[in-house]
Design a binder for this molecule. Sequence first.
Ligand SMILES: NC(=O)c1ccc[n+]([C@@H]2O[C@H](COP(=O)([O-])OP(=O)(O)OC[C@H]3O[C@@H](n4cnc5c(N)ncnc54)[C@H](O)[C@@H]3O)[C@@H](O)[C@H]2O)c1
Length: 340
Amino acid sequence: MQSNKVLVTGAAGFVGYFLSKRLCAEGFEVTGLDNLNDYYEVSLKEARLKELLPLANFSFHQGDLTDAVFINELFEKGKFDYIIHLAAQAGVRYSIENPKAYIESNISGFLNVLEACRKYTCKHLIYASSSSVYGANVKMPFAVQDAVDHPVSLYAATKKSNELMAHTYSHLYGIPTTGLRFFTVYGPYGRPDMAYFSFTRDILSGKPIKVFNFGKMKRDFTYIDDIVEGIYRLIPHIPAVNSTLWDANTPDPSASFAPYRVFNIGNNEPVELNRFIEVLEEHLGKKAKRELLPMQDGDVVATYADISPLQREVGFKPSTSIEKGLAEFVKWYRSYYKVK
Ligand SMILES: NC(=O)c1ccc[n+]([C@@H]2O[C@H](COP(=O)([O-])OP(=O)(O)OC[C@H]3O[C@@H](n4cnc5c(N)ncnc54)[C@H](O)[C@@H]3O)[C@@H](O)[C@H]2O)c1
């Protein structure tokens, strides 16, 4: 049987948890890595891990991406076929308060992963980028062929840097890399720092919710199961050298002569924040007290993913509406936090 060892970094995180569970169910031998930091409630990370640890083909290592010795040892012993790198300092707004955390985890940490891929085995490195790389762009939908040179947060700048670093390593050392620009992922076991999560908490407890840009913001909210399906399908799609997509005279930013690709992974159906809140209110059976506020620094007005390249590559077709996805989230929230 073919070797199918996968390292999932950020395995105790939101996306990493669901991906690890899926890969275990598909028969992969999964090693999870996470430092279990306290950017948001550690108990939620522990709760996710508690679900993963009993799985026979899952093992876990607690450690930090910035610890090169630890990363090298893990790669040396693990002999991974595939690396799915999701660990990062996430969140746009926090990058204004604590920029250093982003340079450490997202830049130095990613360098350690790339160096380990260079020294040890790696058939395919898939890593998380972000829709935030589109920054000040206004042309919709956002396409991977668009230039992304105007980030509006340090978080976005680190994710764009990851794509540049990956390209360099794909070129210099032939490491096949695929970057995935995630668009606002939501669902059960999601991230408490994201608006839908804090909205739910505040609506239930009767507190006002802060609605930025007066609720006129649009987001391409993407349900976790659709994201996991997309990542799973991409694992055997290893980028080739000298892809037919590449023409040096008209360079496509998402392709290369090196084994390198970048894709959007989103729902392809932006929803206005006001509508999103309405659906949440319907599921919670309670009205929000909306505090309408202007745009915040670092934020963008809209996101909308052109997913046609990922559709062509792996038949990616997100299938979860916000009505269905938020129903699942609210069901989980009530049961996890034991609230009516
Ligand atoms: N969820 C989204 O909407 C979204 C959107 C765009 C991009 N992304 C990216 O997708 C990836 C996964 O996001 P998520 O929502 O699951 O976030 P998450 O914060 O839930 O998961 C990331 C995990 O990485 C771990 N981690 C952070 N720094 C680390 C370090 N230095 N060493 C070891 N572990 C570390 C954290 O403890 C956390 O459990 C991230 O790279 C994020 O930037 C997410």
